[in-house]
Ligand binder design. Sequence first.
Ligand SMILES: [Fe+2]
Length: 385
Amino acid sequence: MTYYYKLGNIPHKRHTQFRQPNGSLYHEELMGMRGFSGIQSLLYHLRPPTQIYKILEQTTVDILCEESSPLRHRHLRTGTVEAGKDAIQARIPLLTNADVCISVARPTESMSYWYRFAHGDEVIFIHNGTGVLESQYGIIRYRAGDYLVIPTGVLWRIIPDTNIEQRMLVIEANGHVEPPTRYLNRYGQFLEHAPYNERDIRPPEELVSHDEAGEFEVRVKARDRITSYLYHYHPLDVVGWDGHLYPFALNIEDFEPITGRIHQPPPVHQTFEAPGFVLCSFVPRFFDYHPQAIPAPYNHSNVDSDEVIYYVAGNFMSRKGIEQASITIHPGGIPHGPHPGMYEGSIGKERTEELAVMIDTFHPLQLTKHAIELEDKDYAYSWIA
Ligand SMILES: [Fe+2]
């Protein structure tokens, strides 16, 4: 994140003696991006974070993709995917390329292990549900509408509240997920015109340091496999940390829409950027106020990107036949636009209640075999009047 934060106890000076009540040293761990030149945080552990005593099975992560099919607009109905398992095992990968993997998940159980993704940051959009994201940095209570942004290397697990249905959209980036540079001043602070700012970012709220012996498992996803590491001590033994690198939550309701007299293009909805894609939030807002305005978007040819929209709630202004948790994919190469009647029908409307998350990728996405099973095969022809 863009600002400095700290939790727990840290010494006045970095890399100096910081002692536990029994006189032994706390163990520093620097977690940083881009080899010591990016954002970083310094954590203080009760024990060295390096004490692996066993390395277990290696599960290969093999995502089966559709072999080939004619380029067309696609619609996936993910509303009915099966619920079960924990927040990692429940993931159903749907769309993937070298930059990003997009999955949905409906977990019902807590993770019995901790997890780390080694190749990039993850964004978990909470469509529905509440619970806790626990990490070495402390805990974040999550709720519907939260983007949970988890930097690569963070050790975490999700403990969902089991009395409420959980539904998540998961975006794994091959790189770092950041606020768009144009929202920040040269000091890294959000500018006045940015649609969200520091007050909307929720860093970990409480640090709980565990001093427990036993058997603790950490699963690391790296190089297309998940490897298990066993430790004799609880991995969440941090007593304090400070820096700019930490997981955070941003609720989509705190994204302030930018509106205009005439239709505003998708970049006004941009929330994050990452290598090879951007993430945008479409939120309830007033429509355009030019007396002759057409609020629905115009037809467009996104010639060098694939547009993925995940529909959260409300009535999406330009689409028919879309359900909550539907995903549409409008690939580069063919134009798309509002369904028949939608732009005429939008004239004179004052506001929209739509809530959706868009991911635009700059390299083509492949659909997985799971995605094909959820496909509404008629969607490509749904613009015929
Ligand atoms: Fe579009």
